[in-house]
Design a protein around this ligand. Structure first.
Ligand code: SIN
Length: 553
């Protein structure tokens, strides 16, 4: 069994895989993922990948769109790197086998919200993420120096001499909530450096487009490794990694809204191809909210739908629909095969029916604070993709910039891991042992997760204020207390570990949101509805000592 590897990558989405391919040019790489290789936010991305393939002018426009969507706090050097290196990374990806949709040999491009022109490449209609994931996995699998550990969790970071020197890995299917499973086996791997590319945390909300694996494990691990109460981490040292911009959670405007059905993503590309939004009176309402109508920035559209969905009586909701019935000239089922097939399972047809939609948590703009080369505030620990925060998205990510971010910053992080050339040191404290949960304890963990998700949706969702955020804190604290009792008893399970991660993420969101007393991008405060550039044209940074500061980058 492997006990040493040059580089450990946590996460097998676009950022992790792209980094692994780069790292494998100079060392052995282990890619660790909690479920199978295909279970990532990347895999489920539908609409496409935004990229400016037509030269300098095109790149400059992509930069402006990215900066404008970010509502005043995009870190410009990060956005410059994204749009300038994006075309190189996409060309490379095509060379490695990714098949984007073409017509007459030309790449097809669509438009999405807040883009000034069509620049979104797509694959198999609405399966862009799956195609990118397929091509990267195939390319990485063919590489002798890359190994994969599927169904495995990174349950601790090992530290010594003020840096990360390894990680504890636990088989996720044994690390089960079920008392009948054997005690989880943890092994320690020494490594020169660790990259966290484990994606976002949509599961912190009850309504999300993200798959079940998106529980923010990587962010929580980096933020809390070594905290004395956390039995699943190595004890005796603190990672001290900073998080940034955690109040900015993007809510995708159009997730399917059918009782009993999951919040399936109805891609923004449908609006790019002409779909209208209609309220329960059948009116196109976006003209009251933004001149770009249905293609306004995502945060504006999401809030507009939320507002149109509020009924006259407390708790009453009104339906909002996406309407493609007027769209002619394209075969909707061919252009959107994945969406069409999912809708068909629920008796709906894009060409015939109004599609009920409402917002759902989709993408975390914040995350582990890194420089432009993926370095965190802790030597030996790097981050890229949705788990990281370079400031590239500011307060609101431009549609379809996330797959590009994974490619560009995954490659960059790997390059700095190679350049930093840290040497392998073995050792660190022994891994904490834990015992499986009883059935009652496992049920308790599920209840805690569900309560937290519901509270985050109700109190820290699209529209927040001081009162709701404080309510969110009360639920968070009760949840932390309950889970801490299990951890103190030496209990461990995958779901307990995920629950602990979700509490850390929710704390970071609530704490950052309560301190940002303004509205900007995806963060809207009913009690502070205006943007306050004088005080808050800044990024929030959560320090390892628990302090929050607002910094200009
Ligand atoms: C979508 O297809 O609407 C999602 C694209 C994105 O998250 O940018």
């Amino acid at each position: 069994m492997l006990s040493r590897v040059d580089f450990l990558v946590m996460g097998a989405g676009v950022a992790g895989l792209r980094a692994a391919i780069e790292l494998a040019r100079h060392g052995d790489v282990l890619v660790v993922t909690k479920e199978s290789l295909s279970e990532s936010n990347t895999h489920y991305a539908q609409g496409g990948i935004a990229v400016a393939m037509e030269g300098d002018q095109d790149v400059a426009l992509h930069l402006e769109d990215t900066v404008n969507a970010g509502d005043g706090i995009v870190y410009r050097p990060a956005a410059e790197a994204l749009v300038a290196e994006g075309p190189i990374r996409v060309a490379e990806l095509i060379e490695w086998g990714a098949q984007f949709d073409t017509e007459g040999g030309e790449l097809l491009r669509t438009r999405e919200g807040a883009h000034s022109l069509p620049r979104i490449l797509h694959a198999h209609g609405d399966a862009t993420g799956a195609e990118i994931s397929r091509s990267l996995v195939a390319f990485a699998r063919a590489h002798k120096r890359i190994r994969f550990a599927e169904w495995t969790m990174v349950t601790g970071l090992v530290g010594a001499d003020g840096r990360v020197i390894g990680a504890d890995l636990t088989r996720a299917n044994l690390f089960s909530a079920d008392a009948l499973h054997p005690e989880p086996k943890t092994r320690r791997i020494s490594t020169r450096s660790v990259l966290i590319a484990a994606g976002g945390a949509g599961q912190v909300y009850s309504d999300t487009t993200n798959p079940g694996v998106a529980t923010g494990d990587g962010i929580a691990l980096a933020a809390s490794a070594g905290a004395p109460t956390d039995r699943s981490s190595s004890v005796g040292w603190r990672a001290g990694v900073e998080l940034a911009d955690m109040e900015f959670y993007q809510f995708h405007p159009t997730a399917l809204s059918l009782p009993g059905a999951p919040r399936f993503l109805i891609s923004e590309a449908l609006r790019g191809e002409g779909a209208y939004l209609r309220n329960d009176k059948g009116e196109r309402f976006m003209e009251r909210y933004h001149t770009l109508l249905e293609l306004a920035p995502r945060d504006v559209v999401a809030r507009a739908i939320a507002r149109e969905g509020i009924g006259d009586e407390p708790g009453e909701t009104r339906l909002v629909h996406l309407d493609m019935r007027h769209v002619t000239g394209i075969d909707l089922h061919k252009r959107f095969p994945g969406v069409s097939a999912f809708l068909a399972r629920h008796g709906l047809d894009l060409a015939r029916d109004l599609i009920p939609v409402r917002p759902a948590a989709h993408y975390l703009m914040g995350g582990i604070r890194t420089d432009l080369a993926g370095r965190t505030s802790l030597p030996g620990l790097y981050a890229a993709g949705e788990a990281a925060c370079t400031g590239v998205h500011g307060a609101n990510r431009l549609a379809s910039n996330s797959l590009l971010e994974g490619l560009v910053f995954g490659a960059r992080a790997a390059q700095s891991m190679l350049a930093d050339d840290l040497q392998m040191i073995s050792g660190g404290d022994p891994a904490a042992k834990c015992t499986p949960l009883s059935r009652g304890e496992a049920k308790f963990v599920e209840e805690q997760i569900a309560g937290l998700q519901q509270a985050m949706w109700s109190y820290a969702g699209l529209l927040r204020d001081e009162f709701t955020l404080r309510e969110g804190f009360s639920v968070h604290i009760a949840c932390v207390t309950g889970l801490a009792e299990l951890a103190e008893k030496g209990k461990g399970s995958r779901r307990l570990s995920e629950a602990q991660a979700l509490t850390r993420i929710s704390h970071a969101i609530l704490y950052s949101a309560i301190h940002r007393t303004e509205s900007r991008g995806a963060h809207f405060r009913n009690d502070y509805p205006k943007r306050d550039d004088e005080n808050f044209r800044k990024h929030s940074v959560l320090k390892s000592n628990g302090q929050i500061v607002f910094e200009k980058w």
